[in-house]
Design a protein around this ligand. Structure first.
Ligand code: HEM
Length: 368
């Protein structure tokens, strides 16, 4: 019936198969008291557990003289596979709450990558909340009520919504296409296999710090696409940019989407069939470095300066240690990827997504 359990060893919304919509926000804490932060996470946990089960954010008092406990726009709606995932940014560990000694070494300040044009208003935040659901109103409702609960303790720093094709538009559930028209997600690691999820996504007991065991690091990059330039480029340029065919999603020179990438194959003239600087050739990292991508398309209306669409990819990925996974990968991509002609990274964040909570506990209880 569309309910994804909230409580568990890991937070939902990480290896959970993707929903159709995302409504994501980052908060800055306005309180200076760790006790307030703890209370906030306790309230958020209780609300998130209720919302993901299809209930209101809190029990209604029934009094006509009080504002309702829930904003009401999801009344009567199914939970639609709602998940709510919490993460902590590096700024959470500054001097305010006395937790600076607990900052994970893996929660680095991301380096500046080649051609980054990162803007503060789309980046960072003390706490990130990723809300995903198969209905945009259900997703918005959850983030809105969490913001409401945070009143007096935290304010929103940025909000970004995203989408992909819905399950109704593609009942077969084939790989969704991004706004460049290419199938996106084909070669994601198969995290339904617990051994793969442990290797790529989940912080292990042997990793530091212990309070992150069972958690994961989330990278968010708001990547603007230069859609107009892309739309004017020839199909073979587009396909060489990614290293895959547009229609089938197959590696260049092959016919099926899930055929193996064979990066060392040469054509009759001895040139690689898949260009060495194509996106997949580089991102493949010789098969040695993997991340779990879970991004959505975004469209944020018009860029008034240029009269063009402000649209692209709300890139989200999860990894066990960004110093060994996302960062080296993005360093490689940022320098030579053919795709760079058509994209600009304009927002950025790295967040420590806490382990899951058990009933009676709360998200964050391993740390504060
Ligand atoms: C593969 C699109 C940014 C990492 C792909 C594929 C497409 C794609 C179409 C091929 C299909 C697939 O396997 O999913 C895009 C677009 C981006 C973008 C449009 C920006 C707007 C990034 C970034 C990273 C990344 C920033 C990580 C730093 C990967 C990886 C693969 C991949 C790891 C799979 C490579 C393999 O086959 O082993 N991407 N991508 N992508 N991308 Fe991206």
């Amino acid at each position: 019936d569309g309910i994804i359990p909230f409580y568990g060893k890991h937070q939902a919304g990480i290896i959970t198969p993707m929903q159709d919509f995302i409504c994501m926000g980052a908060f800055d804490l306005t309180t200076a008291s760790l006790d307030d932060v703890r209370k906030l996470f306790q309230s958020w946990t209780a609300a998130a557990a209720r919302l993901t089960a299809g209930k209101t954010a809190d029990e209604e008092s029934g009094s006509p003289h009080l504002p309702p406990a829930d904003t009401g726009e999801s009344a009567g709606l199914n939970p639609m596979r709602l998940t709510i995932t919490f993460g902590l940014g590096a700024s959470f560990f500054d001097e305010r709450f006395g937790l600076s000694g607990k900052r994970p070494a893996a929660l680095v300040d991301l380096p500046r990558f080649n051609s980054d044009e990162i803007r503060k208003e789309w980046s960072g935040g003390d706490v990130v909340v990723q809300v995903c659901a198969n209905d945009p109103q259900v997703a918005f409702h959850a983030l809105r009520n969490l913001a409401r609960i945070a009143r007096g303790k935290a304010v929103l720093h940025w909000v970004q919504e995203g989408f992909q094709r819905t399950g109704a538009a593609d009942p077969s559930g084939s790989t969704p296409r991004n706004l460049m028209g290419f199938k996106d997600g084909t070669n994601n690691p198969k995290v339904s296999d617990p051994a793969v999820a442990d290797e790529v996504v989940w912080v292990q007991p042997s990793d530091e710090p212990a309070w992150m065991t069972g958690g994961s690091y989330m990278v968010m990059r708001r990547i603007r696409m230069r859609i107009e330039v892309w739309d004017r480029s020839a199909l073979d340029d587009q396909e060489n940019t990614f290293g895959r065919h547009r229609d089938s999603g197959a590696p260049l020179g092959k016919t099926n989407e899930f055929d193996d990438l064979e990066l060392d194959r040469k054509d009759a003239n001895g040139n690689p069939v898949i260009p060495v600087n194509s996106h997949v050739a580089l991102a493949h990292m010789e098969g040695k470095v993997k991340i779990l991508r879970r991004g959505y398309s975004y469209s944020s209306g018009l860029d008034a300066r240029t009269g063009q669409l402000d649209a692209g990819l709300l890139f989200i990925c999860f990894n066990r240690d960004p110093r060994k996974q996302f960062i080296p990968m993005q360093q490689k991509l940022a320098s030579v990827d053919l795709l760079n002609e058509y994209i600009t990274h304009v927002g950025s964040g790295l967040y420590a997504c806490l382990p899951g909570a058990s009933e009676g506990g709360y998200i964050g209880d391993t740390l504060f």
